[in-house]
Design a protein around this ligand. Structure first.
Ligand code: ADP
Length: 447
């Protein structure tokens, strides 16, 4: 097992990894930017090294500085968390060439699933259903029109290097297609340095359901069932839950098996997520693989009882998985609400600033994963996640009740947060009846 691990991240996920390492008897080296100098969790690491100024491009994203910190910190491995360098296959490769373990998939597997168009090809190869669409990158306007007519309007243009909803455009007809393609392409080039666009049929009012997978380097690949992340705004997840309400048992089983098959075909190990959309008839289609731990991983941990971060560390150190698929029996229902420093009443304007007081909720079935504390200032330079409130109860109904109670108990004074929005969503009949699709919240907010 590793003796010392560097965490190439910040905020709640850095703390999450520090906690796992401390329980495993592994020393930790945290890195921080000048803006995070006073982050409370840094004191929990055995060493903390500054990697540069506030701007992520000058600190958390600087491979040379992160690797230098790993060398100064004398670590055997790096945990990349999510975001930043976590899905950068070049970074994983640099770690390997420096003889530093990377707590994640191999750079080859990461590259295979990281490009969305090639991930679609892999999925087809593995017999996993994909949204009907183009076979590859769209080469010309004529090409776009031909394919769109074949699959039927409306269509969705997507950046092959995409992420965070960037480089996506819907086109309703022939006329709208060329400008949509040009816009998507330009946006993708600016955001990812890759203008490649592919096309999918636009699925009306889908649900977003994703499968958590976990594999070791000895050929075992398991799934930890699914999460439903349909409660989103502008492709940003707000609330996640497991199991997915209203998913037919046969669909659930088929999706989980498909996710495992796809990851085996990709030569993938470690933790990962295979994302699908489910249409109103209950058909599921692969959309992408996330080659890292995800923000919403705790809901899967709560229902399966498996600590995913510890599992990632153990398989990265070469250990065999200690469980079999039949042992992973989901128990009860878990829900997570992302508490962001944003003002839902002012079009979700980010609200960085000093937290004067924070009262974390507790009690039966409540988990609060947060790096924030009284006196902590949420910096304006990074995502606005202040904490994740997770509940676990025997039934969905009880989980909703506990979440509402815990949200009312949570007090974050000094900044605006998304707590009031979560309370409103939880009170919606559509949430109660599990009728939320990926565009529901936007329609409801507009109304
Ligand atoms: P990104 O990596 O940029 O987040 P995804 O491929 O994961 O992009 O898609 C983000 C969201 O867009 C999905 O959760 C879903 O809500 C929506 N989406 C993706 N593909 C389709 C599709 N073919 N039809 C309708 N909605 C889609």
């Amino acid at each position: 097992m590793f003796k010392r691990v560097l965490i190439a991240n910040r905020g709640e996920i850095a703390l999450r990894v520090i906690r796992a390492c401390r329980e495993m008897g592994i020393e930790t080296v945290a890195i921080y930017s000048e803006a995070d100098r006073d982050a409370p969790y840094l004191h929990l690491a055995d060493e903390a090294i500054c990697v540069g100024p506030a701007r992520a491009a000058d600190s958390y994203l600087r491979i040379d500085r992160v690797i230098s910190a790993a060398e100064i910190g004398n670590v055997q491995a790096i945990h990349p968390g999510y975001g930043f360098l976590s899905e950068n296959s070049h970074f994983a490769e640099v770690c390997r060439s420096c003889d530093i373990g990377f707590i994640g998939p191999t750079p080859e597997a990461m590259a295979r699933v990281g490009d969305k168009n090639s991930a679609r090809s892999l999925a087809r190869e593995a017999g996993v259903p994909c949204v009907p669409g183009s076979d590859g990158i769209i080469a010309s306007e004529d090409d776009a029109i031909r394919i769109a007519r074949q699959i039927g309007f409306p269509v969705l243009l997507k950046a092959t290097a995409g992420g965070g909803g960037k480089g996506m455009r819907v086109a309703a007809n022939d006329l709208a297609l060329a400008p949509a393609w040009q816009q998507a392409s330009a946006e993708a080039l600016a955001a990812f340095g890759n203008a490649g666009i592919y096309m999918e049929r636009f699925i009306d009012r889908p649900r977003h359901v994703e499968v958590q997978v976990l594999g070791d380097t000895h050929g075992t690949m398991l799934h930890l069932w699914e999460r439903d992340c349909s409660t989103q705004r502008r492709h940003q997840k707000l609330i996640e839950e497991s199991p997915s309400p209203r998913l037919a048992p046969a669909t659930r089983a088929a999706m989980c098996e498909a996710a495992v098959r796809l990851c085996k075909t990709a030569g993938y190990h470690s933790a990962g997520t295979v994302e699908f959309i489910v249409d109103q008839e209950g058909n599921f289609y692969f959309i992408e693989v996330n080659a890292r731990i995800q923000v919403e991983h705790p809901v899967s941990e709560m229902v399966t009882g498996i600590d995913l971060v510890k599992a990632q560390i153990r398989v990265a150190a070469g250990e065999k998985l200690w469980i079999e698929q039949k042992d992973i029996v989901p128990r009860g229902h878990a829900i997570e609400c992302r508490i962001n420093a944003e003002d839902p009443a002012a079009n979700f304007r980010p609200c960085p600033g000093r937290i004067e007081q924070i009262i974390a909720p507790g009690g039966f079935g409540v988990r609060w994963d947060s790096h924030a504390a009284a006196g902590y200032s949420v910096p304006p330079h990074y995502d606005s996640l202040v904490g994740k409130l997770i509940v676990h109860q025997p039934t969905r109904k009880e989980a909703i009740e506990t979440m509402s109670r815990a949200l009312k108990e949570l007090r974050v004074a000094g900044i605006k947060t998304t707590v009031p929005l979560h309370l409103e969503i939880l009170a919606l009949a559509a949430f109660d009846n599990a009728e939320i699709d990926t565009k529901y919240v936007e329609r409801w907010l507009a109304g």
